[in-house]
Design a protein around this ligand. Structure first.
Ligand code: FES
Length: 110
């Protein structure tokens, strides 16, 4: 269990959840949100994590250094609604030990 990190996820109702995420299971942030059922089924992860739906968009609140956006992610966010400067696609953020303490907020459903 030492591989787990603690992250804070604020759901679409504004409630913040502190959750543990494993870093050794190749999980991404969208999958963590789904595994804790922090967004209703069918409202997140619609494309299955292919950077093609933006249902997993979230705002990064902490100042963690995240991996750079890929072209697909950038293109998707260029078309999505409610995009802010700190928007990222949750499915493109892999859970790694250096994300300990990450804080994100789920973007509104679009
Ligand atoms: S799950 Fe579709 S873009 Fe992330």
């Amino acid at each position: 269990m030492e591989q787990d990190i603690t992250i804070k996820i604020t759901d679409r109702d504004g409630v913040t959840h502190e959750v543990q995420a494993p870093t050794d299971m190749a999980m991404n942030l969208m999958e963590v949100v789904r595994s804790y059922e922090l967004a209703p089924e069918g409202t997140i992860g619609i494309c299955g994590g292919m950077a093609m739906c933006a249902s997993c968009q979230c705002y990064v609140k902490s100042d963690h250094e995240l991996p750079e956006m890929g072209d697909d992610e950038e293109a998707m966010l260029a078309e999505a609604f409610y995009v802010e400067d700190n928007s990222r696609l949750g499915c493109q953020i892999q859970m790694t030990p250096d994300l300990e303490g990450l804080e994100v907020e789920l973007a509104p459903e679009s």
